[in-house]
Design a protein around this ligand. Structure first.
Ligand SMILES: Nc1ncnc2c1ncn2[C@@H]1O[C@H](COP(=O)(O)OP(=O)(O)O)[C@@H](O)[C@H]1O
Ligand SMILES: [Mg+2]
Length: 335
């Protein structure tokens, strides 16, 4: 049981906060950030933790990296119980939390990396070598000898990511590492994550952006309001919906063709609408591309002229919506 990079067993976390009641009075209040969450991360995978703001992602990451303790349940990281072996856990994890706030702004980028290297007891020559290597990876060599306070927000974010690589840990834990990065920098960062993963590192990656989880992660856990809603590969999550697949057909489509399509065995629904002068047929089916050959044959046999045909699979957004009745995109646009 202990050889997995991460085992989370029935973890709950309740924060106690003081709620102000007037000027001199306050009372205790409780926020349940995690509710009975269990999951395991396999060696060598990129494991995504996907959920809207306030879902509990950072809370779970803080527990994994020993910054806070769970209220109940147990967590093992690289074989060590987090509440008993804090030092071993920290030594075996490369962590990016709090983004730029985890850096010393009065030190240069290079000094930051060397300083954190020293905290991990790297000998000076190794510290320097790793620092140079990381600055090259994250493309910050040009500004490495400037103080961090002069960096742009994106540059700080990249350096914070670089910091997580300094101890060359087998497990990388990254909390929304592309937050505040522009699109090219975000995709560069993901490319480095992939490269590190190819070299054997296990990665835990939190994000509130579905497309990012879909692009990068081998398996994804969807969490919302402290609860684990779903876990699996992106494909598993999509098929777990058992939802209908959607196919759009554009062209000249006579009524009898629509009727013929409705009679097809795997078709649940077919409806026709006008779109920019052409007719668009929307087919709702239990299968996606599998029914395409038959669909095309039936349409042509019934006098249709097909100009465009596009199957559309449900995405992670559909999975989130199916489980919560809310849209993840709506939730995250609020900020
Ligand atoms: N230190 C804290 N004290 C009280 N409540 C907190 C604290 N940190 C987080 N929370 C609450 O716990 C919930 C989960 O927060 P968090 O783990 O940061 O979510 P996420 O990272 O997914 O946005 C939120 O409701 C948040 O307000
Ligand atoms: Mg967070």
């Amino acid at each position: 049981m202990v050889d997995k990079p991460v085992i989370v067993d029935k973890v709950s976390k309740t924060y106690t906060v003081r709620k102000r009641k007037g000027i001199f009075r306050s009372e205790k209040d409780f926020v349940q950030a995690l509710k009975n969450v269990s999951l395991e991360v396999e060696e060598g995978e990129i494991f995504g933790l996907l959920g809207p703001n306030g879902a509990g992602k950072t809370t779970l990451i803080k527990i994994l990296t020993t910054l806070i303790l769970p209220s109940s349940g147990s967590v093992w990281v690289n074989g060590y119980e987090v509440s008993k072996h804090e030092n071993e856990v920290r030594a075996s994890v490369g962590c990016m939390l709090m983004g730029e706030r985890g850096l010393y702004w009065k030190l240069t980028g290079r000094e930051n990396l060397e300083y954190f290297g020293a905290l991990y007891h790297l000998a000076p020559p190794l510290r320097k070598k790793k620092t140079t290597e990381i600055l090259d990876w994250i493309k910050l060599e040009d500004i490495a000898d400037r103080t961090v306070e002069t960096y742009s927000s994106g540059q700080k974010m990249k350096l914070a990511f670089g910091k997580s690589l300094i101890n060359d840990a087998p497990l990388l834990v990254l909390d929304e590492p592309t937050n505040t990065l522009d699109l090219p920098s975000a995709s560069e960062l993901r490319a480095i994550v992939r490269q590190l993963n190819d070299q054997g590192k296990t990665v835990i990656y939190t994000t509130h952006i579905m497309a990012e989880a879909e692009m990068l992660c081998d398996r994804v856990a969807i969490i919302d309001r402290g609860e684990l809603l779903a876990l699996g590969t992106v494909d598993e999550l999509k098929t777990s919906l058992g939802w209908a697949k959607i196919i759009h057909v554009e062209g000249a489509i006579p009524a009898r063709a629509v009727q013929a399509v409705r009679k097809m065995r795997k078709v649940r629904q077919a409806s026709r609408a006008n779109k920019n002068g052409a007719t668009e047929l929307t087919v709702v089916s239990e299968e996606g591309s599998e029914i395409l050959p038959e669909l095309i044959r039936v349409l042509i046999q019934n006098g249709a002229n097909i100009q465009k045909l596009s199957p559309e699979e449900p995405n992670l957004e559909d999975v989130f919506m199916a489980k919560t009745g809310r849209s993840l995109a709506d939730d995250t646009q609020v900020r």
